[in-house]
Design a protein around this ligand. Structure first.
Ligand code: 8ID
Ligand code: ZN
Length: 347
């Protein structure tokens, strides 16, 4: 039986109190499933959403969260692609229009009419959440629901960013923010896709984690005297691509300097108010590409999940109760999280 009320974390104003309390269980619309969320990853995007520091309004009050993994317990009358009992994933893109020019080419994340879980649609920081059945991820039954949670945003996003970099097996990719939630997965997807990985972040914990997960080189941005020189030396001329998942404008602008001639800088991390500045002469003469990459579409999502279900990437997670979300935000703000925190909605 589906209860009428449940535990969730909700806030009423940007940056306002994060209230862990009893809230109503939502009722799925005709095209939605109701997911009994067992675990939800905490993405840095959730922290941006709570703080309200992006130039895009959230709904208020809001239940955040967009890395929810759980079980389908109810569905609307038009849903024929999920059965009760299936494993389902709540992703950042909740719903797209499928008629605009971007949806026509399957660029669903770029749909101007899209709704986002944990931003404009209540997300996975609750025990029961609704999700549009077309966008919800299908999770194979061999997957651990706690471990797959971070794949639903972080995994999909970095996998798509690596595809966007369009480099070849054997070439170098640098990852800024490599020790964080997206970064630790980027290191592994890159390795699984055949690239050589140079990881950039700070601290002994993150260094060990990155190296254990497959990074050939780790550069501590807080310790190096000349990061650009170190990166170029280690890669004999600069990485062929850079995946920027740090929450740092400085890191992005440095990456434009050290990327290899003809290389590609991919922007993924979204530091508030940041500007990417490229010296035009160098960018032209070295023919560097700078590209944005935003989560992934349904195909990217299923492919990213397949890497996980095949055991090619592991989730470096720490599990904590849903009631402790605020503590996770604090650690995240301080840059103290190696890997990803995942919330157990039963605690
Ligand atoms: O689709 C997208 N584009 C997308 C999807 C999901 C998340 C974008 N994001 C964005 C988030 O909103 C956030 O801005 O990606 C960013 C990273 O999310 P995350 O991985 O969830 O954040 P984290 O776990 O806090 O990791 C950030 C890491 O960056 C490092 C920190 O030490 C931390 O490990 N870092 C920082 I801050 N400054 C750095 C620097 N100068 C740095 N690493 C290298 N150099
Ligand atoms: Zn996210």
């Amino acid at each position: 039986v589906i209860p009428k009320t449940q535990k969730g974390v909700i806030f009423e104003t940007s940056g306002g109190p994060l209230m862990y309390k009893d809230i109503p269980v939502p009722v799925p619309a005709d095209d939605e499933i109701l997911v009994n969320v067992k675990f939800s990853g905490v993405c840095h995007t959730d922290l941006h959403a709570w703080k309200g520091d992006w130039p895009l309004d959230t709904k208020l009050p809001l239940v955040g969260g967009h890395e929810g993994a759980g079980v389908v317990v109810a569905k609307g009358k038009n849903v024929d692609t999920f059965e009760i009992g299936d494993y389902a994933g709540i992703k950042w893109i909740n719903k797209a229009c499928y008629t605009c020019e971007f949806c026509q080419v399957a660029a669903e994340p770029n749909c101007p009419n899209a709704t986002m879980s944990g931003y404009t649609h209540d997300g996975s920081f609750q025990q029961y959440a609704t999700a549009n059945a077309v966008q919800a991820a299908h999770i194979p039954k061999n997957c651990d629901l706690a471990e797959i949670a971070p794949i639903l945003c972080a995994g999909i996003t970095v996998y798509k960013a690596l595809k966007t970099a369009a480099i070849l097996a054997g070439q170098w990719v640098a990852v800024t923010g490599a020790g964080g939630g997206l970064g630790t997965l980027a290191v592994q997807y890159a390795k699984a896709m055949g690239y050589r990985v140079l990881a950039i972040d700070t601290g002994a914990d993150k260094e060990k984690m990155c190296k254990d997960l497959g990074a050939e080189v780790f550069i501590d941005f807080a310790k190096t005297k000349d990061l650009v020189k170190d990166v170029q030396e280690a890669t004999k001329g600069g990485p062929h691509a850079v995946i920027n998942v740090s929450v740092s404008e400085f890191a992005v602008n440095q990456s434009i300097e050290y990327v290899r001639t003809l290389g590609t800088v991919v922007l993924v991390g979204l530091p508030a108010g940041a500007v990417c500045k490229s010296p035009i002469f160098q960018q032209v003469a070295r023919s560097i590409q700078i590209k944005g990459s935003y989560v992934g579409n349904r195909a990217d999502s299923q492919e990213a999940i397949e890497f996980f279900s095949r055991g090619l990437v592991k989730s470096p997670i720490i599990i904590i109760g849903l009631s402790e979300l605020e503590k996770v935000y604090k650690l995240m703000e301080e840059g103290k999280i190696a890997g990803r925190y995942v919330l157990d909605t039963s605690k």
